[in-house]
Write a protein that binds this ligand. Structure first.
Ligand code: GDP
Ligand code: GDP
Length: 437
């Protein structure tokens, strides 16, 4: 089920990103290993008292060529569109400013729950300054010091108190997938084309408080899919709609909600930096991934070489996605679109595949026999046993004498051997090395 969304808004320099990082805590972590992924996050997971939520820092969605007030207003609009609960951050050092009042007014009219955080209350003496902020009309101000991590408990209590009641969990055994990509690659055209391919639409499930439209349909073989439509819910005419940071935030939300993610590229324009960021998040999240090259109709005089060249380019630019199958399509001419459901189904099956320990260990032992484990300072890596502990993505624990001795290259080798023995195309594999007691 999708988690509630909390958006942080406020004018520049009040401490939004500091607060964001505090709340997200160590959960912002693994990115460093994925090339091309930015470190400054605008979207993260948070947890308080066992409740999980997703957190957006609207301050990170820059509309840099806009005047300050327009930017702030747009960030507030994004928060209203995206979030279940909004945290408005103000700053005790500067007191109530015009900009604070403007944002407060927009938020007030939205009828979304707003929690007011007064930041930079670093010492108890400053606590008395917070009462001025009652004038914003948003209720009780919560004093916090994001730098020191003080006051966050009360703030988060108030936030989760405002979460919507959980809708009754509908049973859903459909395959959930989404199309992600930067603006203009053709996501909405693909959504429409896929739905247009004479499938039985089962239902349109409106998202909870947000206006996501998830379409459930049945493919010709009877398999049900839920398409998480991030493209169709664009805010037509709103300026932020076509910014790359907004696209990135959208993509991250769709990824969270999907079993399989279709990373859409534009054949006409080639690969851009933002494509890599978006794909990097899909990889990091551990979803099944398919790379969809759209607008293939625009490539003139194409032959088998064109496709091979483009494939090589993708393999080079997205090295961490070496497991993802690539398909060349056109939303316009519908070329190869009929192959997509089958492909998604297959990738999903691999994503959920479970291998019996006995079979897995035969493969591991054969791998060791063919390519003996490395030694370091006279000490040899010993692998005792491997077992799959999870699916989606398939996760294996390998018990060894000393995890330090298992270098990346040998880990890679094992992963490749596993992939050769079992079809895991489209899904990342996680290998965890653990010292045997
Ligand atoms: P944003 O523009 O709203 O995202 O603000 P930042 O998080 O970048 O913070 C702006 C400045 O305020 C930085 O120099 C922070 O170190 C500082 N800051 C953030 N939180 C606190 C706080 O709780 N106390 C104090 N004294 N400074 C803070
Ligand atoms: P989105 O921003 O990713 O949702 O992209 P859209 O679906 O709005 O498409 C952006 C533009 O590309 C529109 O003008 C589409 O008509 C065009 N487009 C989308 N798919 C194709 C395609 O397969 N071939 C061609 N030639 N144009 C396409």
């Amino acid at each position: 089920m999708t988690n509630p969304v909390v958006a942080i808004v406020g004018r520049p320099n009040v401490g939004k990103s500091t607060l964001f990082n505090r709340i997200a805590g160590q959960r912002i972590s693994i990115v460093e290993d994925t090339p091309g992924v930015t470190r400054d996050r605008i979207y993260a997971h948070g947890e308080w008292l066992g409740k999980n939520f997703n957190l957006i820092d609207t301050g990170g969605i820059e509309m840099s060529d806009q005047p300050l007030l327009t930017q702030i207003r747009q960030q507030a609009e994004i928060a209203i569109d995206e979030a279940d609960v909004i945290v408005l951050v103000v700053d005790t050092e500067s007191g109530v400013t015009d900009a604070d009042e403007q944002v407060a007014r927009i938020l007030y009219r939205s009828n979304k729950p707003v929690v007011l955080a007064v930041n930079k209350v670093d010492n108890p003496e400053r606590r008395s300054d917070i009462y001025d902020f009652y004038s914003l009309g948003l209720g009780e101000p919560y004093p916090v010091s994001s730098v020191h991590g003080v006051g966050l408990g009360d703030l988060l209590d108030a936030v989760i108190h405002n979460f919507p009641e959980n809708a009754a969990n509908e049973t859903d055994d459909s395959i959930r997938f989404s199309l992600i990509g930067r603006p203009n690659v053709g996501k909405s055209s693909l959504v429409n084309a896929i739905l247009g391919e004479n499938r039985v639409i089962v239902s349109n499930v409106a998202g909870t408080t947000r206006d996501a439209i998830n379409t459930r349909f049945k493919a010709t073989d009877g398999q049900e899919f839920t398409m998480i439509d991030t493209a169709g819910i664009r805010k037509q005419g709103k300026i932020y709609e076509n910014t790359e940071r907004y696209a990135l935030m959208r993509a991250m939300r769709a990824i969270d909600d999907s079993n399989v993610v279709l990373v859409v590229l534009n054949a006409e324009e080639g690969i851009r930096e933002i494509d890599k960021h978006i794909a990097g998040y899909a990889h990091e999240a551990g979803c099944g991934v398919i790379i969809v090259v759209n607008k293939w109709d625009t490539i003139e005089n194409r032959d088998h070489r064109t496709m091979t060249d483009f494939t090589n380019l993708i393999r080079h630019e997205f090295q961490y996605l070496s497991y993802a199958p690539i398909i060349f399509v056109s939303a316009k001419t519908k070329q190869r679109l009929n192959k997509l459901p089958e492909m998604i189904e297959e990738v999903n099956a691999h994503h959920e595949r479970r291998i019996k320990s006995s079979v897995l260990n035969n493969v591991i032992m054969d791998a060791i026999a063919a390519n003996p484990t490395p030694t370091q300072n006279g000490k040899r890596l010993r692998i005792f046993y491997a077992t799959q502990v999870a699916t989606a993505p398939p996760t294996f624990v390998v018990f060894v004498n000393d995890p330090e001795l298992m270098h990346f290259s040998y880990e890679r080798y094992l992963e490749n051997q596993i992939r050769q023995a079992f079809d895991f195309s489209g899904t990342p594999l996680h290998l965890i090395k653990r010292q045997r007691q």
